[in-house]
Design a protein around this ligand. Sequence first.
Ligand SMILES: *Cc1c(COP(=O)(O)O)cnc(C)c1O
Length: 513
Amino acid sequence: MTSEVQARHTVPGYRPAPLAEDQLFNARHAEAYWQQATRCLDLVRRRVASVDRPFSGARPAELEGLFDAIDLDAPLGDLDPALEELERVYLKDAVYFHHPRYVAHLNCPIVLPGILAEAILSPINSSLDTWDQSAGGTFIEQSLIDWTARRLGLGQDADGVFTSGGTQSNLMALMIARDHHGASLEGHGGNKQQGLPPDYRRLRILGSEASHFSLQKSAAILGLGYRAVMPVACDADYRMDPRALEARLEECLAEGLIPIAVVATAGTTDFGSIDPLERIATLCRAHGIWLHVDAAYGGGLLCSRRERHRLAGIEHADSVTIDYHKTFFQPVSCSAFLVRRRGDLRHLTHHADYLNPLCQAEAGTPDQVNKSLQTTKRFDALKLWLTLRIMGADALGELFERVIDLAGEAHAYLTRHPDFEVLLAPPLSTLVFRYRPAGLDEAELDELNAQVRAALSRHGEAVIAATRVGGRRYLKFTLLNPDTRLDDLTAIIERIVHHGRAWGEAPAPAAAS
Ligand SMILES: *Cc1c(COP(=O)(O)O)cnc(C)c1O
């Protein structure tokens, strides 16, 4: 401490802010780092050991008030009070994905090797854009891309890169499909230099009605607009109907439209349905259209010896989206985008003199930024690396198999229950259903199902998802927690019935208690 700080420190009630320099992670502070990290770890340990429900039930307005009292320009000066505050404003009311009764969205509980990798990759803080910021980290990421490409069966020329999520991967796929078309036009000079080609209003992207909304968002970002996304009808099991795809492709030809990509989904977000990849690939090949497979959800099947066959046909894809932070049980973010022909990634390449000059690429330096949308990039690959080195892929596959089996058991249970309607047998680990006691019309059923979901969340007993199918409200269990038992699900179902009856008896919604 300087003498001035020491002098002020004697003023009663005055707490000096720790010297800024003390907060730097370096050799001098390795010990302080370790001690403080232990306190953070201990906080998490105590918290996880005491969580008895997936959510406190807090409403946004209740939490918002806590933040009014916090002045970000008045630092607390020490770790302990900051952690106490954090417990109050965040951990107490956080949504706990590891809890067996969190069955809402595609959030998985995470495996220990993935979390431990976070403890290494954050302090070392490699940036995976260039070799000169990551060294061995680049080879770890590249090895995992190669491993994933081999599991997909994409062939010798495949390549890819880690991304922030399925949304970014899908954007990259559609960007490359768009630019692949642009590069094929005579006299245009390519989209990278010239912008959108003259025929851009006629470009179309075909995805099933159940495909992810990131297709629309991507189309908008890519200058094509939502209208460029042509929905293709599904069959009764929410899989893209190949005959409908064929009809759409013929429609495009007849109207002078240019289909630049077909997006098949291997595991739709709402249903878990897997589009018929072989038949779609055959149609794409016949028409010379880019086939992107969005396997953000179904990708985990790559690790299951028992269930891998469900992805048959994915090896024909021109590009693939994989979300390790869904069915590979990795912490957010951890995802990848892969292509069959590495040369197609050139549409993403820009050589900056200060970062990744062309001469560096020509000398064979492996700079990941040459194939990435991101520049500075987290070393998320380390999580999957440590997971594979400690547990191996089969163990991940077994975790996924457990939730697939659970979905089957829950489906059998619900179909026998007289007051429930189940939409379809679960293609993966998602169960879509609604509470349907006799004597209510469709509008009343919609209201009832919305109310029971809100009541479950408000009481913090369970967090479940909802969706609309054919305009009607449905409830959804997205099962990704191998620790969830059928008993947990039957208990949630009992609570649905309980809240449903309470709502039926009192006009005031049970959720308002
Ligand atoms: C989750 C999901 C996405 C989006 O992935 P993020 O990692 O959330 O960006 C895309 N497609 C499908 C089918 C998904 O389930």
